[in-house]
Ligand binder design. Structure first.
Ligand code: GAR
Length: 206
């Protein structure tokens, strides 16, 4: 089995990155993390990457609020290429990905989103689900396309909304599901002889 060569992008705590790293260390995911990049220089994800002895880089987004400046996104592509990444994994990366990255890694950018897409796209999806009075939400792993949170779904896991949940308790439960779903989905890609195409037709449901 060919090991997936991963470039990880994240903006925050990095618990999904840690879950992927753990799955690799435990032999549950045939992959290598080649580099971790964050748009936030002080993000804990970079500290965790350094603790694990992995290459880690801060690449601040520039003047825009939601996307990278095109030149900076080109630089991101260069970092990923220099580190021989084949797949780009968005693990809590809070920037909208545009043409430079989308074209350089077409069909090979994978995101995890904290809702059962197509429901609750965008920010704080767990809070959106709670405020909508849902009895169930979850998380989704999907291929990134130009439409925000719209690409083909590879896997989903359901999570109950419990009485008395706050946004924080619900997000915690979703996080736990994400930490199972993300490594399992990437391992399915590693194990698929025909690549990612057949996985789109039959999303994994956990
Ligand atoms: C995760 O819940 C992830 O699904 C979400 O950010 C969190 C990152 O947590 N991503 C998005 O909302 C992207 N639209 P982490 O830094 O602990 O992995």
């Amino acid at each position: 089995m060919k090991r997936l060569q991963l470039g990880i992008l994240g903006s925050g705590k990095g618990s999904n990155f840690v879950a992927l790293h753990k799955a690799i260390a435990e032999g549950r995911l045939a992959a290598d993390i080649r580099v971790v990049v964050s748009d936030i220089a002080s993000a804990p994800i970079l500290l965790r990457a350094k603790e694990f002895g992995l290459p880690a880089a801060a690449l601040p987004a520039g003047k825009f609020r939601t996307k990278l400046e095109p030149e900076i996104e080109e630089e991101l592509v260069a970092i990923l290429r220099r580190n021989q990444c084949e797949w780009v994994i968005l693990a809590g990366y809070m920037r909208v990905v545009k043409a430079p990255l989308l074209e350089a890694f077409a069909g090979k950018i994978i995101n995890i989103h904290p809702s059962l897409l197509p429901k609750f796209k965008g920010l704080e999806a767990w809070r959106q689900a709670l405020e909508a009075g849902e009895s169930e939400t979850g998380c989704t792993v999907h291929i990134v396309t130009p439409g925000i949170d719209e690409g083909p779904v590879l896997a989903q896991a359901k999570v109950p909304v419990l009485e008395g949940d706050t946004p924080e308790t619900l997000h915690q439960r979703i996080h736990a599901a994400e930490h199972r779903l993300f490594p399992a989905t990437l391992q399915r890609i590693a194990e698929s002889p025909a690549g990612i195409e057949p996985l789109k037709a039959q999303p994994l449901m956990l």
